[in-house]
Design a protein around this ligand. Structure first.
Ligand code: B12
Length: 214
């Protein structure tokens, strides 16, 4: 089956991961610049998904499907970006904090950030403060994104921020926090740089932090 490039935009918006993967594969085989796929088709599609979410036309399930479609293409594109030394907008270390195994929201935030042009190092779940610090150092992270879904693991967010301070690199990273029990008041209390309530607003704010207009 042969595809038109503009079908990639529709595949991401409708969350059709098989089609987004197939179009990307075909386009790359035809020698199309991978960044053209990202900048001209996938990013505008994710912007539209974000707009629909904000207008309450899309909900979390649609976001998850679009993020999955985006990811299906990015698995083919990412190795080429690395080969060509294409610089991402910024580098993000993401994870669910120690003691917490919930990862659906964190995965969504990570996928949307990736869709927004960031390089994301996803450390998974139950991530200890030292692991965040080590990864941020290793990958020269601009942003550290912490997720917690349990009230009992929210203190791990503070411990993680404290670990960055103890390691002397607190001022080198912006710490974003989120997850259902987290709010702005808590973020202020623990000295996080930003709280955002969903993946879409997290991407917009991350871009703002990197000086990219949205
Ligand atoms: C799915 C789920 C599970 C699954 C997790 C599967 C997985 N792979 O993640 C399983 C079954 C494993 C599970 C286990 C448990 N769960 Co549970 N779980 C849920 C449930 C139903 C949905 C969570 C979810 O995925 N939501 C959908 C995602 C998309 O939303 P989200 O995570 O909030 O993420 C969005 C935003 O918050 C934000 N966001 C998230 N992270 C970040 C990070 C940053 C940086 C930013 C900016 C934004 C951001 O963006 C996301 C997308 O827009 C919730 C109830 C609920 N309605 O929240 C309970 C819930 C969180 N679980 C709960 C509990 C108690 C548990 C268990 C302790 C149960 C038990 N007795 O064993 C265990 C804990 C295991 C552990 N150690 O973590 C409680 C927590 C209560 C509390 N006050 O702490 C809840 C609230 C259910 C309840 N009402 O009692 N759970």
């Amino acid at each position: 089956m042969s595809y038109e490039l503009n079908q990639l935009y529709d595949a991401v918006i409708t969350g059709d991961n098989k089609t987004s993967h197939a179009i990307t594969e075909q386009a790359l085989a035809e020698g199309i610049d991978p960044m053209k796929l990202v900048n001209d088709h996938m990013m505008p599609a994710m912007d539209e998904v974000g707009r629909r979410f904000e207008m309450n036309e899309y909900y979390v399930p649609e976001l998850l499907l679009s993020a999955r479609a985006m990811k299906a293409s990015m698995t083919l594109i990412r190795p080429l970006m690395i080969q060509c030394d294409i610089e991402p907008i910024g580098r993000v270390v993401a994870g669910t904090v120690k003691g917490d195994l919930h990862d659906i929201g964190k995965n969504l935030v990570a996928a949307m950030l990736e869709g927004g042009g960031f390089e994301v190092f996803d450390l998974g779940t139950d991530v200890a403060p030292e692991q965040f610090v080590e990864a941020a150092r290793e990958h020269n992270a601009d942003i550290v994104a912490l997720s917690a879904l349990l009230t009992t693991t929210m203190p791990s967010m503070k411990l993680t921020i404290d670990a960055f301070a103890a390691a002397g690199i607190r001022d080198r990273v912006k710490v974003f926090v989120g997850g259902a029990p987290v709010n702005q008041e808590f973020a202020d209390e623990i000295g996080a740089d930003a709280y955002r309530e969903n993946a879409v607003s997290a991407v917009a704010h991350a871009k703002q932090c990197m000086g990219v207009s949205t």
